[in-house]
Write a protein that binds this ligand. Structure first.
Ligand SMILES: Nc1nc2c(ncn2[C@@H]2O[C@H](COP(=O)(O)OP(=O)(O)OP(=O)(O)O)[C@@H](O)[C@H]2O)c(=O)[nH]1
Ligand SMILES: [Mg+2]
Length: 376
């Protein structure tokens, strides 16, 4: 059975950019990577480059633009598209499989000898099994929370052939969220809640990722990046809840008496207290489940991308079977290697240190320099 990733996350979190970056990264590792656009509202040709091409575009089955011409709005239209796909999921799976095999055969026909004649003798199923699929899903959260269509599509995607499936993908759900949500306590908690909901609703092995860490600076985040990456205890965020970021307390409004009085008034109100209680309860639910923690990623950072890939390989089982990990050691050793590479021993600390050094501290210095220039 082939391996792959289903990439989900809120709109604009960087899914398509990640899929394209990942495709380039995995192609360098010699994996037979295939990009599948599963967003009926996204024109993938706008993202295409010389090194990345799309093997299957769901718009060949159903296109959001055409659905909207029938009177649907963008969100309802997307929901309609997903219902349509779920209804015809069997046919869609067959089409994905045949597009992947066709693309692979075309690649083989351009290979030099003797690889070409060796691979040409492989059956379609043998070829398909060696492929790695990257599936770019749409961002609308309602697709995962308000309807069964996504879970229906995904369960058919992972159904093995001996149970009537066509693809039987060994899959990991890579759930991306924008790391700039750490600047706002309320937004970060709701981000974690959406992450948790999608983990539960999709019921797939999951790797959660905070994207765009290159945009972070610790100028106004309440805590160190480790706090947000591990999500061990979200309660300390409660004190920063009512006005968003710590900027309000320590930033440019710190000496504004009128502003600070208004802030105190809000904090003393009944609504605020009840709202804080609710949010605190939700934060407790998130940490109690113990499912939410994040890897860190900037799409152009090869080391961070490598760590996300290693984690995914561990979670979808790629590590057990493929050559990159197949040394003279046994499979347990291979898994151990991937685990260590992604977050074992001091791997996790190294990941956090890299992000602090390469981005957070650097951006802080740049911001500081710009502030000094402005003051001057
Ligand atoms: N700085 C930075 N920008 C990024 C990164 N990843 C994505 N972006 C930017 O974020 C924006 C949104 O990226 P997309 O890949 O279109 O996000 P998406 O999740 O596919 O968006 P939808 O499909 O509309 O839900 C684009 O402008 C990207 O260039 C990153 O690692 N760093
Ligand atoms: Mg996209």
């Amino acid at each position: 059975m082939p391996y792959g990733q289903v990439v989900t996350g809120p709109p604009g979190s960087g899914k398509t950019t990640y899929c394209h970056g990942l495709s380039q990264y995995l192609t360098l590792l010699n994996r037979s990577t295939h990009l599948i656009n599963f967003d009926p509202g996204c024109d993938p040709t706008t993202f295409m480059s010389e090194t990345v091409s799309i093997t299957f575009d769901i718009r060949s089955v159903v296109d959001l633009t055409n659905v909207m011409e029938k009177g649907w709005g963008p969100n309802g239209g997307l929901q309609w598209c997903f219902e349509y796909i779920a209804h015809n999921a069997d046919e869609v799976m067959k089409r994905i499989k045949s597009s992947v095999i066709k693309a692979e055969r075309s690649k083989i026909s351009k290979m030099p000898e003797p690889a070409k004649s060796t691979l040409e003798h492989y059956t379609d199923d043998e070829i398909f099994q060696g492929c790695y699929l990257i599936i770019d899903f749409p961002g609308q959260v309602e697709l995962y929370t308000h309807s069964e269509s996504s879970s229906k599509i995904l369960s058919l995607l992972t159904l093995p052939p001996h149970k009537g499936g066509h693809i039987g993908l060994n899959v990991v759900n890579v759930n991306l969220v924008d790391s700039t949500s750490i600047y706002d306590a309320g937004r970060f908690i709701s981000t974690c809640l959406t992450t948790l909901m999608s983990c539960i609703r999709l019921s797939l092995p999951v790797v959660n990722v905070l994207t765009k860490v290159d945009l972070l600076s610790n100028q106004s985040a309440a805590f160190d990046i480790e706090f947000f990456a591990s999500c061990d205890n979200l309660q300390p965020l409660m004190q920063y809840l009512e006005q968003g970021s710590v900027e309000d307390e320590e930033g440019e409004y710190a000496d504004d008496e009128e502003y600070q009085n208004a802030r105190r008034k809000v904090k003393d109100s009944k609504f605020y207290r009840r709202h804080a209680e609710l949010t605190s309860g939700l934060a407790e639910v998130i940490t109690d489940y113990g499912l939410v923690n994040y890897k860190l990623l900037s799409v152009s950072d090869a080391a961070l991308m490598g760590r996300v890939v290693a984690e995914c390989d561990k979670v979808n089982g790629y590590v057990y079977t493929r050559e990159e990990y197949d040394t003279d050691d046994n499979k347990v050793n291979a898994m151990f290697k991937a685990a260590v590479k992604s977050d074992g021993f001091n791997g996790r600390q190294k990941e956090l240190e890299d992000v602090r050094e390469r981005y957070i501290m650097k951006n802080r210095v740049v911001e500081h320099d710009e502030d000094t220039k402005e003051d001057a």
